[in-house]
Each structure stands twice: as C-alpha cells, then as structure tokens.
Design a protein around this ligand. Structure first.
Ligand code: GLN
Length: 571
C-alpha cells in the first residue's frame, strides 16, 4: 500500500511549498523508497495549458503531453524522474469526470452530490497517480482557508479513515513574518493557520516554518504549545540562496527520519547527499561566472516577476553551470527595446551568450530577430528554444538567403513562409479549439551523426538514456505515435514540445545550401520530416531546437544543449 504525505500551506502563497515538497520527496527517495509527488491545483481550469504565464508562471510540459503547473517541474528537477500528467489534479478535471459520468448514467439514478462524489473522484485520482510507489507526497495548492481546497482536504481526511493514521502524515508549511518596525518574528498567523486547518479535522504532524531567519527556541515552543505537537516536529526553514540547499537544511533537522518514523517506516538505505552537496556548493561558490541575456517578451507587464515565466530555463542554465563549475548570471532583456533604438542592440556585446526562449505572437519578434542576427554575426553563443529556433530560421532566410520578407505565418501572410502551421493544426485553429491541442510532449528525433547536437547528447550520456527510454515507450501503444518512424536508427533522443508551427519543408534545401545544418528531425508516419534541431558548424555555438529541452534538465543531470551553451559561453 502506498503511504501518503499531505502538504498544505498556511498564511499565504508563494512561500516555497513546491520546493519543500520536492525536497522532502528527494530525502525520502535517498532513504531507498520509491517516491512520487502529486500536485493538486484547486482552480477550475482543466489544466494550465490556456493560462497566461504572467498569471500563473510557466506552463510545464510532461512527457505524455500534459500542460501543467510549474510545481511538477520542481518535482522532476529534484527527483530526476519523469512525472506524468495524471500527477496533477485540478477541480476542473474532478468535476469534468463527474459530469461526464452522470451524463452517461453511471450513477444509476443516484443524486450526484458534493459529498461523497467529489471526494471519491479525488481519491480515485490520487490512488491512480500513486500506484506502484511506496510513498506519494501530495501538495495541495493554495492556502488553508481558501474555499477551493476544502474538498481536497476532506478527501485526505477520508483517505486517512480508510487507510489508518499510520499511513497518512500531514505537513503544514507556514510563514512567520518579521515586521520591520518591530524586528520581531510573529507566530500569530501560524497559530491561525493551525486553527483553520483544524476546522477540516486535520491536525498537522509537522509544521515547517518559513521565514527570513531561523526560528528560535521560544517561538518553537510557542508553536508546540499551540499546535500540541512536539517541538522536534516544528521545523525551521529560513530563506536561502539556492532552493537546492533545502533538502540539506531539512536533513539537518532529521525531517526525513522523523517522517519515516511517523509513517512507521525504517530507512532502507543510508542517505547519501554528498554529490548533491557538491553541486549545491558549486552553485553557491562557482569558480568563474558567465553573463547570459535571455531576450524575451514578457518584460513589460506590470511589476510581475518575469523570472517565473521562464523558471525552467533559469534552472537549466543553473544545472549546466553546476555541472561545469561555472556560475550563471542571468539577465532579462526586453526584446522590444531593440525595436525602438538602433544602438541598443550593441549592449548585447557585454554578454557571453544569448538565449531566445519560446513564445507566441508578433510582439517583440523583430527585436528577437535582431538579437539572433547579432549573435550570428558576432560569433556569440546562441541557444534558440522553440520560437527561438523558428526566429533563427527567419533571420537566416532573410539575411543569408536573400528572402527579405521571410516570416512565420503565425504573424500573417508572407511570400517566404519559412515557418508554417502544422497541417493538422489548421483545422483546430479554425474551430478555436485551443486547450491541449498543440503538438505536446515528448517526440523522438533522429540526430545527425557527428553534428554538434549529436556530440552533446552523447557527451552528457543523454543519448544512451533516451535510447533506453525508447524501448519502454515502444511498448505503450497510446504513446507510440510520439516515436514516428525510427527504423534501425541508433541516434534517437526524446525532448518535450509545445508548438503549432514548424519549419516549412519547402525551404529546407535552400537554407541548407546556404550553410545552415539541420542536425535532427522527427520522421512522421506519412514519411514527412519535422525539423527538430539546427546548428551553424563554423560558429562558436549557434544551436536551435523546436523542442523545449529545459523541461528535461535536472540538478546532476543537465540538459545537453544547455550544457554545451554554458560551456561555450565560458570559453
Ligand atoms: N509560437 C510558436 C508555435 O506555436 C512557438 C511556440 C513556442 O515557442 N513554444 O509554434
């Protein structure tokens, strides 16, 4: 039977529930258990696919094509495992299933009600997602006291009744403010969060206290008395420099062992975080540092913290840096700023490398193309991700192949549609069928032997890893379409996708003739090729991919392209 750890947040959101959940999972995995993590998002959206990144942070893509809240990304980065889309449960999915079942007469004449049908469907989904694991850690999104998360807490309590308390443990993560006018850490909001959680019948077994500074003895005891749990179960989690040090900090308080004890489990092996420690210390004290510009578009939306929209790119650069012992100093540069001023583009010379991330629509596109042209002409390392590949193709077509008006049909009609909509996508767009309909998830690409891209996948061990994964994927009939035609090819890799447009096959040979190398493609059942990678052999590092390799980068297992890019930036 799978045991459950339920993580809920008190006081406010944004205190790092996701990284704490991932850290606990990482520690328990280190004790030899098979652990998975599940995210509950109480919003009514079916998934995160149609959410604006500025609203909810980055949209995370899973291997099986889910468009999910970014917390699933945090879990993967900490656990180094692929987590499927069923590990994200939203209110929309729960109600969607119930209504569908009701319409099909599956409730056999019953009145379909909030209780028991909603918690039952939640439990069904939790059991399905946690199957074949020793421990599942469930993070409940939002904050205790939100109307929306009540059904989920109810479901957890009901699960506890079914399974027995030894199989379910509750962790409450709170925040302790230190108001600047008194410089004193306050426990009151935490006390109130404990009380609110109590209203649902849940008494936390552990309270993790996030704060600017570490919790002192006096406050630990205050919480102990109020919550009626031993102060050894009140864990301090002060602000830190890198999220990856959280497992190390939590382990100092022996949280992993305490949770195992609560679940009546014993460590299966000794926890060894030495390699993790080494990587964290490299992030904290790198030997040298490179300065990277991410030329994006969301920069000018209010006071929004842009970095959240590109969190996986940030993390991928960090992972590559940790592997190479190079610090990455990331700067967000507004693509539009290059459109209004001629001189502005020269500011890019202060950077060691340039990334153009994924994106949609015409806004900022001309600025991004200018930045790409700058990297190409000045031999500055360039990494293009999805839209970043498409725009690199447009730049090359315009400036190296004399197709001055080359563009993507995403932004209107053009004589040289070097990037065009996938034929299968056209119909969907005509029907305004936007949700979950892009080319999503992992697709196989055949790499060109001896190309730079191929060398990087080989050097980092990813080629071997993906070839092994392929064997598994082949067995899954539902996923087999992701492979295309592979034949006897040895050089196959898997990366995740999220796009509607692609390199127009009609222009490939013209671009090739002028020196652009297509270093990987996906071969479809109908024998057409979708271009997946480009590179310029004579350039220091000029690589683009139609995929989003940032979704498969983990600490200790960096993404090959980011690894190659950061390495080139350091040279
Ligand atoms: N807008 C482009 C497309 O739909 C690129 C998408 C992306 O960068 N994720 O193909």
């Amino acid at each position: 039977m799978t045991k459950f750890i339920v993580v809920a947040g008190g006081v406010m959101s944004g205190v790092g529930k996701g990284v704490t959940t991932a850290s606990i999972a990482r520690i328990l995995m280190g004790y030899g258990y098979k652990v998975t993590a599940i995210k509950i998002d109480p919003y009514i959206n079916y998934d995160a696919g149609t959410l604006r990144p500025t609203e909810h942070g980055e949209v995370w893509v899973t291997d099986d094509g889910g468009e999910i809240d970014q917390d699933l990304g945090t879990y993967e980065r900490f656990l180094d495992v692929d987590i499927p889309k069923k590990n994200n449960i939203t209110t929309g999915q729960v109600y969607g299933t119930i209504i569908e079942k009701e319409r099909k007469g599956k409730y056999l004449g019953q009145t379909v009600q909030f209780i028991p049908h909603v918690p039952d469907e939640i439990k069904r989904r939790l059991k399905e997602a946690s199957k074949n694991h020793d421990i599942a850690i469930i993070e409940i999104g939002g904050t205790i006291g939100d109307y929306e998360n009540i059904p989920f807490l109810f479901a957890m309590k009901s699960m506890e009744r079914e399974m027995g308390k030894d199989n379910v443990t509750y962790v409450l993560i709170t925040y302790l403010p230190i108001p600047s006018h008194i410089e004193e850490m306050k426990t009151k909001p935490t006390q109130q969060a404990i009380r609110l959680l109590g209203e649902t019948g849940i008494i936390p077994d552990f309270i993790i206290c996030r704060a600017k500074r570490a919790l002192d003895k006096v406050r630990k005891q205050k919480i102990e008395t109020y919550a009626n749990i031993p102060s050894t179960h009140v864990i301090s989690e002060p602000d830190i420099e890198t999220v990856y040090s959280i497992p190390l900090d939590l382990e100092k308080e022996k949280l992993g062992l305490k949770i195992l004890e609560e679940l009546k489990l014993k460590p299966k092996k000794a926890l060894n975080l030495d390699e993790w420690k080494r990587l964290v210390s490299r992030i904290e004290n790198p030997k040298k540092s490179v300065k990277i510009a991410i030329v994006g578009k969301y920069v000018d939306i209010g006071d929004y913290n842009l970095t959240d929209s590109y969190v996986s790119i940030n993390q991928s650069l960090l992972h590559a840096g940790a592997a190479l012992n190079v610090g990455v100093d990331i700067h967000w540069v507004d693509a539009k700023s290059f459109e209004n001023s001629k001189e502005k583009i020269n500011e890019l010379k202060d950077y060691d490398g340039i990334v153009v991330p994924g994106g949609f629509g015409a806004s900022g596109v001309e600025g991004k193309i200018k930045a790409i042209n700058f990297s190409r002409m000045r031999n500055k390392p360039y990494l293009g991700l999805c839209y970043g590949l498409q725009l690199a193709i447009i730049e090359y077509a315009r400036n190296a192949c004399k197709m001055e008006t080359a563009n993507t049909t995403e932004n209107g009609k053009t004589k040289f549609p070097v990037i065009d909509i996938l034929p299968t996508q056209k119909e969907l767009m005509e029907k305004s069928d936007y949700g979950g309909t892009m080319r999503l998830g992992a697709y196989a690409a055949v790499l060109k032997e001896k190309s730079k891209v191929w060398e990087l996948y080989k050097e980092t061990g990813r080629l071997k890893e993906d070839m092994e994964k392929l064997e598994k994927l082949k067995k899954d009939k539902n996923q087999a379409f992701r492979l295309g035609i592979l034949g006897k090819n040895k050089n196959i890799v898997l990366e995740r996708h999220r796009h509607r447009y692609e390199v127009n096959p009609e222009f490939v040979s013209e671009l090739e003739k002028k020196g652009l190398v297509f270093s990987g493609y996906h071969l479809r059942e109908d024998n057409t090729k979708l271009m997946e990678y480009i590179e310029l052999p004579k350039h220091k590092f000029f690589v683009g991919t139609q995929a989003h390799p940032e979704f498969k980068s983990r600490l200790g297992n960096p993404s090959p392209l980011f690894y190659g890019f950061v390495k080139a930036c350091g040279k």
